[in-house]
Design a protein around this ligand. Structure first.
Ligand SMILES: CC(C)(COP(=O)(O)OP(=O)(O)OC[C@H]1O[C@@H](n2cnc3c(N)ncnc32)[C@H](O)[C@@H]1OP(=O)(O)O)[C@@H](O)C(=O)NCCC(=O)NCCS
Length: 173
């Protein structure tokens, strides 16, 4: 998750093989964010991250409205929104955040969101994608490694709660 005071740095991109295919949760449809989704997404972010890392409404609103940013939502007709991803397009794309509700985890929702965002970035001309994650977020680290991301550097005390961030990158071939 992008911290409150982003700094992209100049870390090198590692060339990595494409991530393997997943058995995805079939009930979720990936679609573009609609303004009426905002409150749900913000509440999900509050549940997904600890205080000091979760975004304020103003921060999340600024990210989703930012030029060059797109937000994808995983929605199920029965249960509603199960997750979302916010990403920034560019020569090196950036995953700003990805959030999956606890009840929907380990069923492929995060993978579908990440793969859809990577595809959007790739078709928009991005040749690589980067992100930051807290060093103690072991689930996120395992998730990103499973998807072919590698740690390229550490940002000490990156988050406002004093936790270091790992910068991870992946080539989009
Ligand atoms: C990280 C996160 C997005 C993963 O979403 P998800 O829908 O559970 O991920 P998937 O089901 O697609 O998992 C794909 C693979 O990632 C790895 N993985 C995901 N969560 C894991 C966990 N808790 N422990 C170990 N490996 C994990 C596994 O290899 C998994 O494959 P498997 O289930 O076949 O073993 C989700 O845990 C989340 O929203 N966490 C809170 C918010 C957060 O930390 N976001 C990342 C911020 S940078």
């Amino acid at each position: 998750m992008l911290g409150h005071y982003p700094d992209e740095g100049t870390a090198a991109v590692l060339e990595l093989p494409a991530s393997p295919a997943y058995n995805c949760a079939v009930t979720f449809v990936i679609r573009d964010f609609q303004p009426e989704d905002f409150e749900t997404l913000w509440r999900m972010d509050q549940e997904c991250f600890p205080p000091g890392i979760a975004y304020s409404k103003q921060e999340l609103k600024a990210y989703v409205r930012h030029r060059g940013v797109f937000t994808l939502v995983a929605a199920d007709a029965k249960d509603g929104i199960g997750g979302f991803i916010v990403a920034h397009e560019g020569p090196t794309g950036h995953i700003i955040t990805i959030d999956v509700i606890a009840a929907a985890r380990r069923s492929g929702v995060g993978s579908r969101l990440l793969q859809a965002a990577e595809e959007r970035l790739r078709s928009g001309g991005s040749r690589a994608v980067g992100l930051e994650t807290a060093v103690d977020n072991l689930a996120a680290l395992a998730f990103y490694k499973r998807h072919g991301y590698s740690v390229v550097r550490t940002w000490p005390r990156y988050y406002s709660n004093g936790v270091d961030a790992l910068v991870m990158k992946k080539a989009l071939l």
